[in-house]
Design a protein around this ligand. Structure first.
Ligand code: PMP
Length: 437
């Protein structure tokens, strides 16, 4: 596309109107484009790997609604399942068979999810899993990792000071420090730091919660032995290990990161793909633990729309499409994208790291391998912002923030991957030229 041809007048008008009623015009902060500047695009429709904005511009989409759309937009099987479910009523607030079907399907793929409870967002899943861990162990403290995002529950809105593990300080106004006083934060991929925390506080720690493949500092795979080490430490101290697989569940393989890395946590949180693009998430794991959840046990947790029939239908339809062949295709397309982007950066002469696990990947403009959030933060984000806009002009939609994952769907074709690589090379060359001038 000729960059000068792109019109954004309708998105501009809509964001101005939206700002009158919605903070920054959006319902989730990153959508406001503050990290890259410019006008957030209002999307009119999505189909396969392509989204179309209200001005009629088309983009190959690598946000995919931040992960749920592993089948791309408006997959016919998902649309049909949702339509059929909707015709039978959109919510009952009572049990229905769809919940069992989806739970059974999840357990087939993730045997560690012996029993689960459906909720409506990843935030609810992690918040509830922590309540359960505390309820079961009778302990208060939790360990999380710097740069891992687990949703916006108060206790989890804490990261680290630098270097050594610290008591978490709240990241957000409105979170009293008491709410994060029990949150201990360790540098990601640093087992020694975790060991030190357990040496001093082991008996008070209910759980370790981790993104087994980090996706919220850009994509950062677990260091060799990291997940195994967490498992050992948790077991040795009677704490629970919780994998937050809200992104990785069904993404990095049929059984998520749990299967891919062969480490079994006590509890798992899933979201995104399990709802097939509708609001659903779940927490689950060992049956003896889940039996503490109300009304079987004393750990209270509930939800008006939990197990929503439309979301269950969409999740089920999505998992049905995720065959071994679908994962092979995802891997092949994602690997081609990885190779293409690395080659393009090399030919422009730009140092770039690319981390990929299956169909989630991130690139960082730095010459250091990115193994944690501190290193990720050293990447050149201004360059990312310029590249981002250059790619929009060429019909490619990346996340409007440097430290996010790009997601490939089963619907991204070889041609679209090739077009993306070409656009990337041209946009990166432009971005670098702009820096020189
Ligand atoms: N955990 C992880 C790993 C996430 O990436 C997210 C959201 N991106 C959440 C939890 C929270 O999920 P939700 O936005 O559905 O509340």
């Amino acid at each position: 596309m000729n960059p000068s041809m792109r019109r954004i007048g309708r998105s501009e008008a809509l964001i101005a109107r939206a700002q009158q009623r919605l903070p920054a015009g959006v319902n989730s902060p990153v959508r406001a484009f503050r990290a890259v500047g410019g006008v957030p695009l209002f999307i009119r429709e999505g189909r396969g790997a392509v989204i179309t904005d209200v001005d009629g511009n088309r983009y190959i989409d690598y946000v995919c609604s931040w992960g749920p759309l592993i089948l791309g937009h408006a997959h016919p099987a998902v649309v049909a399942a949702v339509q059929q479910a909707a015709a039978r009523g959109t919510t009952y607030g009572a049990p229905h068979e769809g919940e069992i079907l989806l739970a059974e399907r999840v357990a087939e793929r993730m045997p560690a999810m012996q029993m689960m409870r459906f909720v409506s967002s990843g935030t609810e899943a992690t918040m509830s899993a922590l309540r359960l861990a505390r309820g079961v162990t009778g302990r208060s403290k939790i360990v999380k990792f710097d740069g891992c995002y687990h949703g916006h529950a108060d206790a989890l809105l804490a990261r680290a000071g630098s270097g050594v593990a610290t008591f978490g300080l709240p990241d957000s106004a409105g979170v009293p420090s008491e709410m994060t006083a029990h949150t201990l934060v360790a540098p990601h991929n640093d087992l020694e730091a975790v060991r030190r925390i357990f040496e001093t506080s082991g008996e008070q720690i209910a759980a370790i919660i981790v993104e087994p493949v980090a996706g919220n500092m850009g994509v950062v795979p677990p260091a060799p032995g990291f997940l195994e080490g967490l498992r050992e430490i948790a077991t040795a101290h009677g704490a629970l290990l919780i994998f937050d697989e809200v992104i990785t569940g069904f993404r990095v393989g049929p059984g998520g990161a749990t299967e891919r890395y062969g480490v079994t946590p006590d509890l798992i949180c899933i979201g995104k793909i399990v709802g097939g693009g509708l609001p659903a998430a779940a927490y689950g794991g060992r049956r003896d633990l889940m039996e503490h959840v109300a009304p079987l046990g004393p750990v209270y947790q509930a939800g008006t729309l939990s197990g929503n029939p439309l979301a269950m239908a969409a999740g089920l339809a999505t998992l049905d499409q995720l065959t071994p062949a679908a994962y092979d295709r995802l891997e092949e397309r994602s690997a081609a994208l990885e190779r293409g982007l690395l080659d393009a950066a090399r030919s422009v002469g730009v140092p770039m790291q690319l981390n990929r696990v299956g169909s989630m990947l991130s690139f960082f403009f730095t010459d250091r391998p990115v193994t944690n959030t501190a290193i990720a933060a050293t990447a050149d984000r201004a360059r990312y912002a310029r590249l981002f806009h250059g790619l929009l002009d060429r019909g490619v939609y990346l996340a409007p923030s440097a430290l996010e994952a790009a997601f490939v769907s089963t619907e991204h074709s070889e041609e679209q991957i090739a077009a993306t690589v070409e656009a990337f090379g041209a946009a990166l060359a432009d971005a670098v030229r702009a820096e020189g001038g």
